[in-house]
Design a protein around this ligand. Sequence first.
Ligand SMILES: [Zn+2]
Ligand SMILES: [Zn+2]
Length: 248
Amino acid sequence: MLKQYPADLHIHTCLSPCADDDMNPANILNMARLMGTKIIGICDHNSAKNVKPFQEAAKSHDILVIPGMEVESAEEVHLLVFFEDMSTMLEWQEFVYRHLPPRKNNPDFFGRQQIVDEDSNVIDEEEQMLLVAASLTVDEISQKVFDMGGMLVPAHIDRRTFSLWGQLGFIPENLRLSAIEISRNICETEARRKFSISEGITVITSSDAHRLEEMVFQKTFLYLESPSFLEVKKAFEAKEGRRVIIRE
Ligand SMILES: [Zn+2]
Ligand SMILES: [Zn+2]
């Protein structure tokens, strides 16, 4: 029996310099509970250092936290990357870090990059500047992510900047991807028409929340047997009845 799971797969934490400092596990998980969101993706810019504490804290919330990251390609395209488990995500993170320009964050200018524990205490700050492009092309990222068993979702395709469409002007036909994300500013029908997204490709929408109040933009529903990475993957692939529905 398939059940409906409200999902928001693109949420930033206080590790992203552009996100609010109160985007910690306690606040985000409580907000998700208020919204009835059952599956969340933690996707900070170029880092996954806050995913584990969210997973730990989520154990008492009946919410699935999928390890994610919003990686910025050499073409300045934002791509959401998801892996089933933390060990693969850490392997991926190491790979991305090796391809970031060695530049230090300026917290006064860009904002703090806070690393938290499961009790939402700030335990460290990331020194590496995260708001930068990795020296990896979209193609290289796609190839590596699928080699490692992950999922790739080009982020906010309708945005003029930092999106596949905005930066390249088209969706490369042979690019392997798991789904396409649209922002909350456009509906699925319009996005499919405007960006020539074929019916065979699943479209999701996420809050891309940098502030708690932005988490109210939760419109994606996954039909799954149970909440897990593999079930979400099946929904993206529209396999065995699993599917994704966006409700306006
Ligand atoms: Zn983005
Ligand atoms: Zn984002």
